[in-house]
Design a binder for this molecule. Sequence first.
Ligand SMILES: Cc1cc2nc3c(=O)[nH]c(=O)nc-3n(C[C@H](O)[C@H](O)[C@H](O)COP(=O)(O)O)c2cc1C
Length: 305
Amino acid sequence: MEKPNLAVNVGGISMKNPVMTASGTFGYGQEFAPLFDLSRLGALVIKGLSLKPAPGNPPPRTVETCGGMLNAVGLENVGLVAFAENKLPFLQSLDVAVILNIYGHSIEEYAEMSERIEDLDGIAGIEVNISCPNIRAGGVAFGTDPKIAFQVTKAVRETTKLPLIVKLSPNVTDIAIIARSVEDAGADVVSLINTITAMAVDVKTRRPKLANITGGLSGPAIKPIALRMVWNAAQAVRIPVIGVGGIIDASDALEFFIVGARAIQVGTANFVNPRASVEIVEGLDAYLAENNISDISQVIGSLRT
Ligand SMILES: Cc1cc2nc3c(=O)[nH]c(=O)nc-3n(C[C@H](O)[C@H](O)[C@H](O)COP(=O)(O)O)c2cc1C
């Protein structure tokens, strides 16, 4: 049999395989370049960028938990201008789709970000993180209200022709409603899930383990929740879905494809095994070959119920 086909097109983003890195867990890409050839991946999703540089939260801001980790890094980043000057040239030299993850504190800020990204070369798409606090709405995340999720997506859509991924927050009652809102507002793709709000306490000091008190839970502990939400979203929308949450190996990734994800992202696993994403590409290749499947598309959405 010929080599199986892993290539996918996700809302206008062409990838040689469906394995992406998850934002905030793979830096600006360059940090991982000594470890393997980054162009073997489907896409790199860059650390969340804001208009101005952001210092993030005070420490401690990460803590290990059973089967995962909590983080309250607070979206620390160099800001869009410094990114474009210092980090982008390296990324442009790679043969891999580069996706910029963005966030803002107001709808206007999101729109300004996407408008400026439109002028940069070598960007395959924008992923909009709507899990961050909306200052005008008392700090409630944009992505937890279907109307606000619609408004942010629409504002970004109006400023860019680039493929638009909206990354959903799992901290909602009904993910299908949010997924449909952003689809109606013009998103090309939805990715999910972002981290789940959680906390941990030191029983000796009776203090929260994170300076921020609460943080986002990620890693294998959240995989079954992520999988259920990806399945819900895939049934609710016609646009492609990207699955994220607790994926550490090819078998985890396959679960997400089977419930309907067109691509997957690898996050916390990068901290444990920095080669996890490329090993998943190899594992998918092997799975397709062993099972005489010629194309990954035959696996996507193949859940038997
Ligand atoms: C330290 C850390 C930083 C993160 N930063 C971002 C970010 O900047 N933007 C974003 O959309 N998601 C961010 N995430 C969420 C991940 O991209 C991913 O959605 C989540 O961790 C679930 O996947 P995982 O279990 O594979 O890590 C971050 C996660 C971690 C652990």
